[in-house]
Design a protein around this ligand. Sequence first.
Ligand SMILES: C[S@@+](CC[C@H](N)C(=O)[O-])C[C@H]1O[C@@H](n2cnc3c(N)ncnc32)[C@H](O)[C@@H]1O
Length: 394
Amino acid sequence: MTPAARLSAAIALMDDILAGAPAEKVLVRWARQSRFAGSRDRAAIRDIVFDILRRRRSLAWIGGAETGRAMVIAHQRGEGEDLDTLFTGDGYAPDALTDAERAIDPDRLAEAPLDVRLDVPAFLLPELRRSLGDDLEPVLTIMQSRAPVDLRVNPLRGTVSGAKVMLAQEGIGAEEIAAVPGALRVLENPRRVAGSRAYRSGLVELQDASSQQVTRFARPEAGMTVLDYCAGGGGKTLALAALMGGQGRIIAHDGNPRRMKDLPERASRAGAKVELRDTASLEATPPRCDLVLVDAPCSGSGAWRRNPDGKWTLTAKDMEKLLVLQARILDAACAYVKPGGSLTFATCSLMACENRDQVDAFRARHPDFTIEDDLVLTPKDGGDGFYAARMRRG
Ligand SMILES: C[S@@+](CC[C@H](N)C(=O)[O-])C[C@H]1O[C@@H](n2cnc3c(N)ncnc32)[C@H](O)[C@@H]1O
């Protein structure tokens, strides 16, 4: 595909997404229907669509309309492209620019309100301001760009230096992240990771550096009985297993057990032993755990760079429901912490209402838990935004 034909595709895809279709579904369907598109075309179009979604409000403001065409023009203008050579109307290229479109100027954004300039839903701005304080603008500005691709080296399968060598043999350049032992940031060819030998053999997992920090923060140790209460796909379950050196008992649970369907295969690739339990089985024979991790469902605001669609689909009603659900999950999960054991509550949220406020309210309901430490990570630290609080049961 020519660069201009890619823009035509991005315009059509953005129109579908703006009409309410989930971005991931729209992209997958388009790839299936567009046999003429090679993997580079698909990747380039995906990048344009996701770049635009991260900046949906500011690009609509610059472009003067919330349409695929206006937003693609605004995006390409910001990239410094010569638009008249791309918008020609020839072949598969988008129609030629009108005079008004030619006059689109990224400097228009200076007149926009703060929530538009920072690309956040207006209803969340007060809570984000309360939570981030002076970091509001720097953090949300970082959120307008792509996230890095990070890996976790699995010590059950090899070493960091061995992983770097194996990745480099397939042209994947990666460097260690100083603040997070065992974490690598991919600097070259991130799209090759999923098909690489290092990944397929379980030596590396795709996992954001902040997620890795949260798992370490929970302080798992060899020989412990550990419950990952909201295990989902098991990213943190496997990280816990690795930090325990494969020694101890790891139980993975999720309110929606289907979320864990790939976990047995992932665990066997990683050389980890994980016991899967649904809620009924957990309640019937409750484990007494040294450590319970609650990686709670949340707004996902700390991971908006990876999932920009989530930023625009979240509603005030969703937020209310999430706060109730997080409290309910904490109340249920804490029953499995044995006296002297620890409970780590984590979210990939930037908002205090889902984080410290949630923990304070939990402690008011459960005075036998005390806060040992908490951790606040924002994209200024390099990875996703995350919060974690480690509590001890008296
Ligand atoms: C943030 S995700 C977990 C991500 C996962 N820990 C990882 O590292 O890949 C939150 C998970 O909580 C689960 N969940 C939702 N309601 C729940 C409940 N009442 N009890 C336990 N898990 C629940 C969701 O199905 C989802 O998989």
